[in-house]
Write a protein that binds this ligand. Sequence first.
Ligand code: FAD
Ligand code: HEM
Length: 415
Amino acid sequence: MLSDRSRPVIEATLPVVAENIEEIATRFYTHLFEEHPELLDGTFNRGNQAEKTQQMALAASVAVFASSLVKVPEQLPEHLLNRIAHKHASLGITPAQYDVVHDVLFWAIVDVLGDAVTPEVAAAWDEVYWLMAYALINQERGLYSARGVRPETVWREWEVAEKVRETEDVVTFKVRRTDDRLVKTSLPGQYVTVQVPMPDGVRQPRQYSLTKADDGEHRQFSVKRVRGDGKPDGEVSNRLCDSVEVGDRLTLSAPFGDVVLDDSRPVVFASAGIGVTPMAGMLSHLATAGSGLPITVLHADVDESSFALRQQVLEDVRFLPAASAHVWYEHPGDGQGGDGAVPVEVHAGQLNLDDVKLPDDAGYYLCGPLPFMRAVRSALIDRGVAPRDIQYEVFGPDLWQADLVTEETPGSSAA
Ligand SMILES: Cc1cc2nc3c(=O)[nH]c(=O)nc-3n(C[C@H](O)[C@H](O)[C@H](O)COP(=O)(O)OP(=O)(O)OC[C@H]3O[C@@H](n4cnc5c(N)ncnc54)[C@H](O)[C@@H]3O)c2cc1C
Ligand code: HEM
């Protein structure tokens, strides 16, 4: 924990650091890529850099961690650290890289705050950095070891065995191993990082949730084409959808991800659009295990034709003895959602929990656009569900959890 010497220094300087942390993070990344351009090839996501979401996530994480050290020193912000460690592990981040990040981060702090960074202030923030770094390094070491990999063996080549057009904008890939080595198991809800070579010769990593239970030989994931609508089109999703074909090779990481199914209690899945992917993966695991748990699937989409993995999800619901599904379509048309045999109720409009009876003592899993998850989480909390029973997956750097940590930490206000 933070030393008695550093604690008052951090308390005194937290407001000024928090105020400048986004600028620090921006300069940090510019300098990092100038000094280490190799990190742009296969490690960092340049879409997140362009959108500034990664800069914001790094900034928020440091501010939340430091303020939590000061306010609740007996407890580390575990959820925050888990999320980061899993993402790092899916990219093969090494302990040695923490020295590189340290040096560049402290260069950026001095660059932005100037003379305010006295030796005493630098020493106190150095302590914060290494507390956070070692918490992450240790957790990442555990994650690598649990998967039986090292940072440099996280990656593996796969061959595209099937490419299925799910909807106008979503393509499902089934990839097969290319050698006899054992396929690492995944936990239900986890993702892989896919590293895709781009036309300019740079490899770009993106995460995709696994949508099928393990069979020892394949992985399956679904990719939604990101349309720019005035901004550039998403580079990796469009390349995967348009240019990667059956027989091509893809590089995937071992599976990681902290949002995983607790299959010891009733389950409620609430998703919107492409947010169905981790739910499809968890349902597939439940179906493979022949689960008798009460399972409620709630999904919102534009219309029946844009509901990716609809057939797989509804087949699993039909197969599971205590599962039911509710679907909300913005444009319901005359589709009935199921094929008669499937217990699915179709509603018009936005997902509305008032339409649904929820099981007691369930674990809740959310995935979809942030406004959707905020609305569902609030509605669940209004219905008496405990925040700890609600997990969510964000399809990008997680900018939501800083708000939640701040909201849920007693006496917290900074960051
Ligand atoms: C844990 C996790 C699981 C995920 N699971 C799935 C999944 O199952 N299925 C799925 O489809 N996706 C999933 N995603 C999202 C996926 O990883 C990608 O983020 C997504 O496919 C978009 O990548 P892209 O390369 O196409 O877009 P990018 O090129 O990264 O673009 C992203 C955004 O940035 C904007 N942008 C890019 N460059 C610029 C610029 N120069 N100026 C301004 N704006 C710019 C683009 O317009 C776009 O809006 C997941 C993400 C995470 C973190
Ligand atoms: C204490 C040090 C560090 C902190 C606080 C930190 C924090 C973070 C955070 C908050 C995220 C976003 C997680 C999310 O998806 O929600 C992230 C992702 C990432 N981190 Fe770190 N990190 C640290 C060290 C490192 C190191 C040493 C490297 C190696 C170069 C690294 C590389 C990455 C990469 C490549 C991503 C994914 C970026 C993206 O997808 O845009 N990080 N980190």
